[in-house]
Design a binder for this molecule. Structure first.
Ligand code: TRP
Length: 486
C-alpha cells in the first residue's frame, strides 16, 4: 500500500498536542460553557456534558485523528482516501464535505464572539469597564453590541487576523505563543478561583455546578450538552481531522486524545468555578446568556488588587485562545483548497476570506441592526450556533463512528490506533455500540420522538446498547474472531 507523504508533520507529539489543545481550548470553555451551564440550570447539565465527553467525545476524537492520519489530507480527501483503501462507498466523502462546511459556519459566528474578548482587552486597559454594578456592565456590553461600527470593526479585525495567519502559514508562531499563554490562562483562572473563594459565595457556585438535579434533564439540555462536547473538543468539523493528518506515524493517538480532552475539561471546570461564585456574590442571574462573563468578570477584576493588570492579561489570553481555535477552523478549508485545487495558501485564505467576511458581518448584525432578521425564531448568530452544535456536529460524529466501527476494514483502524488488545476492544465497543446509541437517543429525545426520558429510564439505554452489541457481534463474527485472535 502506498501512503502519501504528508507535507506538513508536527515535529513531536507535543507539536500536535499543543495545536489540538489550542484548537480545543477557546471560547467554548471560557465563554460558552459557563453561559450554557447557567441557562440549563447547572449541575445536571455539567454531568451530562462530562458523560458526553467520556462516552462520545473521546472515542470520536480518536477516530477522527486516526482517519486524518490514515488519509493524510484535508477532511474531504482524507475520508475519500481511507474509504477507497477499504473499498467502501465513495458517498462517504459527503461526510468530509459536511465537516468542512460545519467548520466554516462555526467560524462565521466564532469571530464575532472572539471579537468580544479582543474588545474587552482594550476596554479593560482603557478603563471603559469601571462600572459600579452588573447592571451597568450589562449596559456596556449592550452598547458595544448595539453599535455595528464598533462590533463590526472588532469582528473584522479578528477575521482579518485569522485570515492573515492562515494565509501566511504562520500558525507555528501563534502556537508558540499559545505554549506559554496556556499555562498563563490556567494561572489567571486559578487567581479568579482564589478571588471567588473569598467572595463568600464559593459554596453556592460550587453547588450550582455540581449538585445534580434530575428534573433539569430535558431533551433540549441533553442535546445542548452533546453539542457542546463536540464543540469544545473541536470535533466533526474538520479541524481535528486536518491536524491529525499532520501527526507522524507511531505516535499514540489514545494518549494524545486523553491529554487534550483532560486539559480542555479542566479549563472549562476552572472557568465555571471562577465565574459562578462571582455571579452569585453580585446577585446576578446565572442565565444571563452570552454576555455572562463580560458582565460579571470585569466587576471582579475591579475589586481585586492589581485587578486592571490581571483583567487585561485575562482577556488578552482569552483572545489568543480564541485565535488559535479560529485558526484551526480555517485550516481545514485552506488545506482543502491547497491540496485539491492547487490554490496557494494566500489565495485560498483570500477566497474563503471574502465569504467569511460577508457571513460574519451578517452574523454581527444579529446584535444590532439585524436583531429582528429571524428565521424560525433564530438570528443568524444563534442559528449558526444552533445548527452546527446541536445537529451538524453530532450528525458528523455518528457518521464517523459508523464508518469506523462498521464500514471500514478492521485492520485500518486497528493499525492506525495501535492500541493493546483490551484498549482496542474498548474503543471498538464504544464506537460500535455506545456512542451511536447515545447520539441517536439524544436526537430522538430532542425531536420529541422518544416516548420516555432516556436518563430517568437509563435501563432503556443500557438495553439498547446491549441488544445492539449482541446483534452486532452475531452479524459480524469476523470482529469476534479478530478480537479473540489478538
Ligand atoms: N473548541 C473551540 C472552543 O472551545 C472552538 C473550535 C475550534 C471548534 N475549532 C473547532 C468548534 C472546530 C467546533 C469545531 O472554543
Amino acid at each position: 500500500m502506498t501512503r502519501e507523504t504528508p507535507k506538513n508533520l508536527w515535529l513531536s507529539r507535543w507539536g500536535f498536542i499543543l495545536a489540538a489543545t489550542g484548537s480545543a481550548v477557546g471560547l467554548g470553555n471560557i465563554w460558552k460553557f459557563p453561559y450554557i451551564t447557567g441557562e440549563y440550570g447547572g449541575g445536571a447539565f455539567v454531568l451530562m456534558y462530562l458523560a458526553c465527553i467520556l462516552a462520545i467525545g473521546i472515542p470520536v476524537m480518536m477516530t477522527e485523528i486516526a482517519l486524518g492520519r490514515r488519509g493524510r489530507g484535508s477532511p474531504l480527501d482524507a475520508v475519500a482516501r481511507v474509504v477507497r483503501e477499504s473499498g467502501g462507498n465513495p458517498l462517504w466523502r459527503g461526510m468530509g464535505l459536511m465537516a468542512m462546511l460545519c467548520g466554516f459556519m462555526i467560524l462565521c459566528f466564532y469571530v464575532v464572539a472572539a471579537s468580544w474578548a479582543f474588545a474587552y482587552t482594550w476596554k479593560m486597559a482603557s478603563g471603559a469597564l469601571a462600572a459600579p454594578s452588573v447592571e451597568a456592565l450589562g449596559q456596556v456590553f449592550e452598547a458595544h453590541n448595539g453599535n455595528p461600527w464598533q462590533l463590526g470593526g472588532w469582528s473584522l479585525l479578528v477575521a482579518l487576523l485569522t485570515l492573515w495567519i492562515v494565509g501566511k502559514g504562520v500558525q507555528a508562531g501563534v502556537e508558540r505563543a499559545f505554549r506559554w499563554m496556556m499555562p498563563g490562562l490556567a494561572l489567571m483562572l486559578l487567581i479568579l478561583v482564589g478571588y471567588a473563594l473569598s467572595s463568600g459565595k464559593f459554596a453556592a457556585g460550587f453547588a450550582f455546578l455540581f449538585t445534580f438535579d434530575a428534573s433539569k434533564i430535558t431533551g433540549e439540555a441533553l442535546l445542548a450538552a452533546l453539542g457542546h462536547a463536540f464543540f469544545t473538543l473541536s470535533l466533526a468539523s474538520g479541524a481535528i481531522l486536518t491536524y491529525g493528518s499532520y501527526l507522524p506515524d507511531g505516535q499514540s493517538i489514545a494518549r494524545t486524545t486523553l491529554v487534550v480532552a483532560i486539559a480542555d475539561t479542566c479549563v472549562a471546570l476552572l472557568a465555571g468555578l471562577a465565574i459562578f461564585p462571582i455571579i452569585f456574590a453580585n446577585g446576578m442571574s446565572p442565565s444571563a446568556g452570552p454576555g455572562l462573563i463580560f458582565m460579571s468578570l470585569p466587576l471582579a477584576f475591579q475589586q481585586m488588587p492589581l485587578g486592571t493588570l490581571f483583567g487585561v492579561l485575562f482577556f488578552a489570553m482569552v483572545s489568543v485562545a480564541a485565535l488559535t481555535s479560529a485558526i484551526s477552523l480555517l485550516e481545514a478549508t485552506a488545506a482543502y483548497l491547497n491540496e485539491r485545487h492547487g490554490v496557494s495558501r494566500a489565495k485560498g485564505a483570500l477566497g474563503s476570506g471574502a465569504l467569511l467576511l460577508v457571513v460574519s458581518l451578517l452574523a454581527m448584525f444579529s446584535f444590532n441592526v439585524g436583531a429582528e432578521w429571524k428565521l424560525f425564531g433564530f438570528t443568524l448568530f444563534d442559528g449558526l450556533d444552533y445548527l452546527t452544535s446541536r445537529w451538524m456536529m453530532p450528525l458528523g460524529g455518528i457518521l464517523m463512528v459508523i464508518l469506523a466501527g462498521y464500514c471500514l476494514r478492521r485492520e485500518i483502524m486497528r493499525d492506525e490506533l495501535g492500541l493493546p488488545p483490551a484498549g482496542y476492544a474498548l474503543w471498538l465497543f464504544m464506537v460500535r455500540y455506545v456512542s451511536p446509541v447515545l447520539i441517536l437517543m439524544v436526537f430522538l429525545h430532542a425531536l420529541g420522538w422518544l416516548g420516555f426520558d432516556p436518563i430517568a429510564r437509563w435501563y432503556w439505554i443500557a438495553g439498547a446498547i446491549g441488544a445492539l452489541a449482541v446483534l452486532g457481534e452475531l452479524l459480524a463474527p469476523r470482529v469476534r474472531h479478530e478480537l479473540a485472535l489478538r
